[in-house]
Design a protein around this ligand. Structure first.
Ligand code: GLA
Length: 384
């Protein structure tokens, strides 16, 4: 049974036949990693793997949410101490609370949800969960919030309830996605444009390490701090330097003495990566996929050697891919410390990429990676 139908069946079984159904997708990112919280650019797309939500408002104060994938139900009133909730419930609870801060009070409801976004794969299943609730509650209770506000609500739920100080990319992509397109988002102005993703005889393949190192969220937050520290020092003699967006990569070296080596490496990577998003968009427009692929390899190198958010599993997958003719680019994707690599590969060479990485990964780590062919998809909405 498809996941959407499983969710509907679970809702009907537990709560009855009156409901509306919403969905929100996961995302990929072509390039622009760890740039969003530095006011830079990103180039994500929504994918056709989603969280589905069947939901119905009810009278009273108690909300019921059933997670199909965890086979668990929670019920709460809004004054509950969120620390008593299971981890998955923090996302919808956080969204409700963040909406409340905007003066938008959700009434009680019952809901069932589940998804086919592999969890822990760096495809933003948590952002999809936030986005599907934000979208559904906005519609159910007529809040009239625009899409960007919904994305920010999800981001704030992540900050304040999941404790990850993420940027806006994942929630933005989940809500604004458009099938067949990637989006170039300016994370400072929040202006964005759609680019058709035309890959001709190439395609995108995700290779999932199936590891998620436990350091992921604390290291993520500490990278963010390093970047902020760098900016604080670099703006001492020029207040126009408000974020790493305002510093050219070639100038970062001049601050090495004052910011120290670790912060220097973080800032060097981010400033280069922000510039790379611009170059990659130019190459995409020119149809120069070979150049796009080279930028992807450069990004991996920087994430691994300067930003230190890769891990042996991701490095092996990127290194093995680099040796295969027909692979134009490969890099780790998302926050790091596990999850997927994204590979730009000639369609005819996909079997070679799969077989070679499978064997080398098995030899090195005693297990096989997972493979997902990427299809882009539409952003969050209601399924009528
Ligand atoms: C995670 C965060 C995003 C972004 C990426 C890295 O996915 O949620 O905001 O920072 O990592 O690019």
């Amino acid at each position: 049974m498809k996941k959407k139908d499983q969710v509907i069946a679970a809702f009907e079984h537990k709560y009855g036949k009156e409901y509306r159904v919403f969905f929100a997708p996961g995302r990929i990112n072509i390039i622009g990693e760890h740039t969003d919280y530095n006011n830079g650019f990103v180039l994500p797309a929504a994918i056709d793997k989603c969280i589905y939500l069947a939901i119905q408002p009810i009278a009273g104060n108690t909300t019921y949410i059933h997670s199909v994938d965890f086979d668990e139900e929670v019920s709460f009133t809004l004054d509950v101490d969120h620390k008593t909730l299971p981890h998955w419930a923090l996302y919808p609870f956080g969204v409700i609370k963040e909406l409340q801060k905007l003066g938008k009070n959700s009434g009680a409801f019952r809901a069932a949800f589940g998804g086919d976004i592999p969890e822990g794969a760096g495809l933003s299943s948590s952002a999809a969960l936030e986005s599907v609730f934000a979208t559904a509650l906005n519609s159910l209770f007529d809040f009239g919030l625009d899409k960007m506000t919904l994305a920010k609500t999800g981001q704030m739920a992540e900050h304040n309830y999941a404790g990850v100080m993420c940027g806006i990319m994942d929630q933005f992509a989940s809500i604004h996605g458009k099938k067949g397109h990637v989006m170039k988002l300016d994370c400072r102005s929040l202006e964005f444009e759609y680019f058709p993703l035309e890959l001709g005889e190439y395609e995108l393949l995700l290779i999932d390490t199936r590891v998620k190192h436990s350091l992921a969220s604390s290291e993520y937050n500490s990278r963010r701090k390093d970047c902020e520290e760098g900016v604080m020092i670099m703006r001492r003699d020029n207040s126009q330097r408000k974020s790493l967006r305002d510093i050219r990569s070639k100038d970062v070296i001049t601050f090495l003495g004052s910011i120290g080596e670790q912060v220097y490496m973080r800032c060097q990577f981010v400033t280069e990566e922000i510039e790379r998003v611009g170059y990659t968009c130019e190459s995409l427009l020119e149809g120069d996929l070979e150049q796009v692929g080279r930028y992807m390899f450069e990004t991996h190198e920087g994430l691994s050697k300067l930003y230190h958010v890769s891990c042996p599993e991701l490095d092996l997958l990127a290194d093995v891919a680099a040796e295969i003719p027909g692979v134009l680019g490969a890099r780790m994707m998302g926050g790091g410390f596990g999850g997927c690599t994204i590979n730009l590969v000639k369609s005819t060479e996909v079997p070679v990429l799969i077989e070679t990485t499978r064997k080398k990964y098995l030899d090195a780590f005693g297990k096989e990676p997972e493979y997902y062919k990427v299809n882009t998809g539409d952003g969050a909405g209601e399924i009528i």
